[in-house]
Design a protein around this ligand. Sequence first.
Ligand SMILES: NC(=O)c1ccc[n+]([C@@H]2O[C@H](COP(=O)([O-])OP(=O)(O)OC[C@H]3O[C@@H](n4cnc5c(N)ncnc54)[C@H](O)[C@@H]3O)[C@@H](O)[C@H]2O)c1
Ligand SMILES: O=P(O)(O)OC[C@H](O)CO
Length: 338
Amino acid sequence: MAKVSVIGAGSWGTALAAVLQKNGNDVTVWSIIKEEVEMLSSKREHLDKLPGVKLSEKIVFTTDLESAVKGMDMLVLAVPSPFIRSTSKNMCPFVSEGQLIVNVAKGIEEDTLMPLPDIIKQEIPQAETAVLSGPSHAEEVGIGLPTTVVAGARKKEIAEYIQSLFMNQSFRVYTSPDMIGIELGAALKNVIALAAGMADGLGYGDNTKAALITRGIKEISRLAIAMGAKAETLSGLSGIGDLIVTCASKHSRNRRAGMLMGQGYSMDAAMKEVKMVVEGVYSAKAAMGLAKKYGVSMPIIEQVNAVLFEDYPVKDAVVNLMLRDKKTEHEDMLWEQE
Ligand SMILES: NC(=O)c1ccc[n+]([C@@H]2O[C@H](COP(=O)([O-])OP(=O)(O)OC[C@H]3O[C@@H](n4cnc5c(N)ncnc54)[C@H](O)[C@@H]3O)[C@@H](O)[C@H]2O)c1
Ligand SMILES: O=P(O)(O)OC[C@H](O)CO
């Protein structure tokens, strides 16, 4: 099989390393945190981030980025999105011409409004970038529950190569050429998941959740399509699929943070309580910036921003959404003419 490194040893990096190793690949995992590498090497388990998932003795754990990058057939970039730029910068000197980097993080950079593969390409121009995304919580992938994702790349052979390294009977991988659609679906669903969590925190019901998911994918699609994504991608695994899982799952950190805010926690207090990265908070501002830049309406994401950054009461944000200007459900549908 292949020589693969997973860059980042949080819950997702650890779960993907387990998948890749089970498939027979030689797997190295890099972390910037020395104590994390020591724990993973000695205990063969991420006791904080993915307890209960035992890792093979064959996986090598290291803090040495050079040895983790050089000579690898595939690099899986699994650090949280706020660290993608700094980690890419550090990797750059060790990456060879055309070396494959698969982004599995989900986010948009707040200052530049750039999707993550664009950041990787800016920092490591010689790399070949690709993405892997979909409805996939580490806690379930780690214990082998059936999961489906999509590998996106510029070229079919590259997407199929990624598919061949990751796929097994409990981890099904599809391929797609629509990298931008996959990336935007992945990043923006986190913001809607915050809203879904807020609704749960307020004690609202299934009707509200269904409304947020359905109208949420509508506004995600509006922006993504304006940025060059294909509509089918937004109705696929990395679009509606990931939106459903993140809005509904007990494992979702974004939904949990939203739920705490619905119960009255401030954004900072909710993020502290969740302990792990809550990327919707970073992507919310970026999404608003992109909505303005591309001239599209994103009402749910606008209200999430008001709650996060203007201390706007969650209940009032819901009323704002319910009493917005009257609309037709699908703007482009034609009526019968008189
Ligand atoms: N957890 C999931 O189920 C899941 C599933 C799909 C995608 N993802 C995505 O994968 C990415 C990573 O998520 P996660 O769940 O592993 O997060 P996490 O919070 O578990 O990961 C934190 C890890 O990032 C690394 N790290 C911390 N600070 C760093 C720094 N300054 N520079 C570089 N690395 C640093 C460390 O290894 C740390 O353990 C996110 O973008 C997330 O959206 C997560
Ligand atoms: O725990 P969350 O909310 O960051 O979601 C994790 C994954 O993106 C789900 O596919």
